[in-house]
Ligand binder design. Structure first.
Ligand SMILES: C[S@@+](CC[C@H](N)C(=O)[O-])C[C@H]1O[C@@H](n2cnc3c(N)ncnc32)[C@H](O)[C@@H]1O
Length: 219
C-alpha cells in the first residue's frame, strides 16, 4: 500500500497464501453476494446478450453468476495468473466453459478493442488500481456506445445477504484498509472517485447501503 488513504496493492506480486485466503473468502463469504449483484445488474440494465467483461474477476464468482442468468459471453479478466488458474477450475466445475472465458490482463491496458463490450462489471477490484483515471477511461473505451459499466465495491441490495457478508468481512479483514472499517473505507474511496471522475462524461457515482458503484452509460 502507498499510504493510509490509498488501497493500491500490487496483486501481480501477492503471495500464494494471500490468493488461497481470497479463494476461501470468495467461497465462504462472497458467494451469495455474487448472486445478488448479478441479478441486480441484469435486472437494472436489461442487458442479457452480447459481451460482458468482468475486470479484476479474481476467482470468477461474479462472472459465473452473470453467465448463469443471461446469454452473455463473459470475459473474466485478471492480472494475477494464480487467480486465473483457480477460476479455470471453477468454470469447469460449474460447466461454464465457453460461456466464461478467463483472460490475463491489466485494467490499465484492457486486452480488447474499443467498442467491444455491452456490459463491463467489476467488484472489489478498483481499490487496488494504480491509476484509476486511466483505468476508468480504459473501461469506457472498451464499452460499445449504449453499453453500461457497473464498477465498484459493496455487497448489493439484499439486506440479509449484505449484513451477513459485512459481518464476516469485518471479522476476516480487521486491520486492513489502514484500520478503517468497510464503510469508512468506501467513504474514503467515494471522495477519491468523486475527484477523479469529476470531468469525465457518462459517469455517475452512487454511494449507499449497497456499496460504492460507478455507473457508466456510454453515449
Ligand atoms: C479483492 S479481489 C476481487 C475479485 C473479484 N472481483 C471478487 O469480487 O471476488 C481483487 C482482484 O482484482 C485483481 N486486480 C488487481 N489489480 C488489477 C489490475 N490492475 N488489473 C486487473 N485485475 C486486477 C486482483 O488480481 C484480484 O483478483
Amino acid at each position: 500500500m502507498k499510504n493510509e488513504n490509498e488501497d493500491y496493492m500490487d496483486w501481480k506480486n501477492v503471495s500464494s497464501e494471500h490468493i488461497n485466503h481470497f479463494k476461501e473468502t470468495a467461497e465462504n463469504i462472497f458467494a451469495p453476494v455474487y448472486r445478488v449483484l448479478a441479478r441486480q445488474v441484469i435486472e437494472d440494465y436489461g442487458i442479457t446478450k452480447g459481451v460482458c467483461v468482468d475486470i479484476g474477476s479474481g476467482t470468477g464468482g461474479f462472472a459465473c453468476e452473470i453467465a448463469k442468468i443471461s446469454n452473455l459471453k463473459v470475459y473474466a479478466v485478471d492480472i494475477k495468473e494464480e487467480m486465473l488458474e483457480i477460476m479455470k477450475e471453477k468454470i469447469e466445475k460449474e460447466k461454464l466453459a465457453g460461456r466464461v472465458i478467463p483472460r490475463s490482463g491489466d485494467v490499465h491496458n484492457i486486452p480488447f478493442n474499443s467498442n467491444f463490450a455491452d456490459l463491463v462489471v467489476s467488484r472489489g477490484s478498483f481499490h487496488f488500481w494504480r491509476d484509476k483515471k486511466k483505468a476508468f477511461s480504459e473501461i469506457h473505451r472498451v464499452l460499445k456506445i449504449g453499453g453500461v459499466g457497473f464498477i465498484g465495491g459493496g455487497f448489493g441490495r439484499d439486506e440479509k445477504v449484505r449484513k451477513e457478508a459485512m459481518r464476516l468481512h469485518e471479522e476476516t479483514y480487521r486491520g486492513v484498509h489502514g484500520g478503517r472499517n468497510f464503510h469508512e473505507n468506501l467513504k474514503a474511496r467515494y471522495m477519491e472517485l468523486k475527484e477523479i471522475l469529476k470531468d469525465m462524461q457518462d459517469f455517475k457515482i452512487t454511494f449507499d447501503e449497497s456499496g460504492l458503484w460507478v455507473e457508466i452509460k456510454k453515449t
